[in-house]
Design a binder for this molecule. Sequence first.
Ligand SMILES: NC(=O)C1=CN([C@@H]2O[C@H](COP(=O)(O)OP(=O)(O)OC[C@H]3O[C@@H](n4cnc5c(N)ncnc54)[C@H](OP(=O)(O)O)[C@@H]3O)[C@@H](O)[C@H]2O)C=CC1
Ligand SMILES: CC(C)(CO)C(=O)C(=O)O
Length: 310
Amino acid sequence: MYKIAIAGAGAMGGRIGAYLKQNDEDVVLIDRWQDHIDEINKNGMEIQTETETYTLEIRAMQPEEVKEKFDLIILLTKAMYAEDMLKALKDIGAITESTAILSMMNGLGHADYLSKYVPKSQIFLAVTMWTAGLRGPGQLLLEGKGGIECQRSDGQPDERTERIVQVLDNAGLNAKISDDVFFSIWSKVAVNSVLNPLCTILDKTIGEFGEYEDAREMLTPILKELVAVANARGTNVVFETLLAKIEATYPNEAQGLHHPSMHQDYTNKRLTEIDYLNGQIAKYGDELGIETPTNDLITHLIHQLEMKYA
Ligand SMILES: NC(=O)C1=CN([C@@H]2O[C@H](COP(=O)(O)OP(=O)(O)OC[C@H]3O[C@@H](n4cnc5c(N)ncnc54)[C@H](OP(=O)(O)O)[C@@H]3O)[C@@H](O)[C@H]2O)C=CC1
Ligand SMILES: CC(C)(CO)C(=O)C(=O)O
């Protein structure tokens, strides 16, 4: 049996884990939120979709309680907790030399810090357009459709990539192998590094942000710096294409009615993923000698907001 762990089983990890479990895969949820684990083990995971609400039986535990070894570990903690999770799973012996570690988190730089624990040939990267929410411990809210693109982090072909994509796709997650996952990552980061901090600072939905007549002028410096950094790092992205991707989120029937996840983190008094978005763009800029004053400023603004709750 192909053994799968979802490491970080919040909203998104819950979505992926539930789909895999419903397709009879051997999957376990691993998380640090004890109330969430207890609720899932006691009453099952309650899943609300656009059309129904039902309960799914699935195992959940803390990383230290794991007793098995996995073929695939899908990392879906918030980015700042991924190292702690991977280290805990490594220390407990859940990772072998052939275990594939698949990061599906938003943001930049994951393969670099994860490679302190496993070689890059064991790290796989994915970008997902699926979304998910939590209504409380053990209570998933699943709306909309999405897809997943995946590749080994060093770009090398690998039979494990085919297996991962097959398992995800068979479960209805609309997965495919990417021939340049970094292009997909930078494209998603463009959306997140504009909308997530600006909607958080302004306390707006994506649609409300887009209604402002000078929204394009406002986001241009963030995006121009991102394009310069991505291109200097060897991923060719085009300003106009990324702008169109961002503006396509504004209508209500797209993501217009939603507050981005960073806004939700801030509202829930939790830390945000800013250091893996604008903060990482600025860090790469420093390394390359590319000025990124706007991304620096945005990062500081969000850190100042986080200080209210730190
Ligand atoms: N949600 C989405 O629609 C999407 C999310 N992503 C990415 O997926 C990754 C995971 O995000 P997501 O699933 O949204 O994160 P969640 O906030 O839902 O869950 C992340 C972790 O936060 C903790 N947590 C969440 N809510 C609470 C709470 N109320 N009380 C205590 N602990 C809580 C849990 O563990 P712990 O206590 O160990 O932190 C949980 O595993 C991120 O990188 C995100 O950017 C990507 C695409 C879409
Ligand atoms: C919905 C979207 C695309 C907004 O930036 C997102 O990925 C998020 O909320 O983190």
